[in-house]
Ligand binder design. Structure first.
Ligand code: MF3
Ligand code: CO
Length: 290
């Protein structure tokens, strides 16, 4: 951390003197760092104004998902979903964050059944009765990024898959309840993982959540298999996603070598995911995008 004089103006941009603003906050963080914990750097702690920007971006994200929710059904292609996302996002003044991100060719990720995440929309991939699909929408609005995803059941779906979708949603809700300042990301993830395990499921280890807001993917990486007391300290102003990928079978996954994106379960069994963006507050968290 940079050395600021107590009478210098605070790094957060409030205009207040450091001693009257974030000095005690920084001292508290420093104590955790001295105990060997991973702690956030200033650049991932958002101001009130930045959080407001992310919340506004999130409103578009939510509206786009609502728009898709009203139209998704058996017989439509994932390409049509991509068009809905592009059209609705731009109509509302946003930019779809996935489009051209590290070479991703579409505006949204559409991940069906054994596809864990990062499925690429395609005109030949028609949604069929009985499938479960994750629609992962991310928006840039006035420079602020928001990220959330939902599962959709296409027509009548087996009880087994319905349960996977429901338990995964519960995992995210448990995650939200366990975001508390001055505790660790591992405290949250242990509870999420426990719920998945209690239902006979596994959670993907290699891919997880991430800081978000000023960029698409910021620090920290958010694991959902880390134990209590590990991973980064949560402090007010941090913004990150809760997005566990829950597998019906084994946790192993692999990435399609040809397209470089699509992630599948190793055993071919279904996987589900819900995603929200949260901001850590003084006494818990605020869900910015659901
Ligand atoms: N929305 C995904 C996430 O939650 C990121 C997808 S990257 C993309 O992190 F390029 F595939 F869009
Ligand atoms: Co995300």
């Amino acid at each position: 951390m940079e050395k600021l004089g107590r009478n210098d103006s605070c790094w957060c941009g409030s205009g207040k003197k450091y001693k009257k603003c974030h000095e005690a906050f920084d001292d508290k963080i420093l104590q955790f760092a001295r105990q060997g914990h991973m702690v956030p750097s200033h650049d991932i702690i958002k101001t009130r104004e930045q959080i407001e920007g992310i919340r506004e971006s999130g409103k578009i994200n939510i509206a786009v998902l609502d728009y898709v929710a009203e139209r998704i059904k058996p017989g439509i292609s994932t390409e049509e979903i991509d068009q809905m996302v592009y059209t609705k996002t731009t109509e509302l003044g946003g930019i779809p964050a996935p489009l051209n991100y590290c070479g991703f060719p579409k505006s949204v990720c559409t991940s069906i059944d054994e596809v864990v995440c990062h499925g690429i929309p395609n005109e030949h991939r028609i949604l069929k009765e009985g499938e479960i699909v994750n629609i992962d929408v991310s928006t840039i609005y006035k420079g602020y990024y928001s990220d959330s995803s939902r599962m959709f059941c296409i027509g009548e779906v087996s009880e087994e898959k319905k349960k996977l979708v429901q338990v995964t949603k519960e995992c995210v809700e448990i995650g939200i309840k366990n975001v508390k300042p001055w505790t660790f990301l591992g405290d949250m993830s242990e509870e999420v993982h426990k719920h998945a395990k209690e239902n006979g499921y596994t959670i993907v280890r290699e891919i997880g959540g991430h800081g978000v807001g000023l960029e698409f993917h910021e620090d920290p990486f958010v694991s959902y298999v880390a134990p209590k007391g590990t991973e980064m300290l949560m402090v007010p102003g941090m913004v990150f996603t809760i997005e566990p990928m829950v597998n019906m079978g084994e946790a192993g996954v692999y990435t399609d070598e040809e397209d470089g994106w699509t992630v599948y379960t190793q055993d071919g069994l279904p996987s589900a995911q819900w995603e929200v963006t949260v901001a850590v507050t003084e006494d818990g968290c605020e869900v910015l995008v659901y």
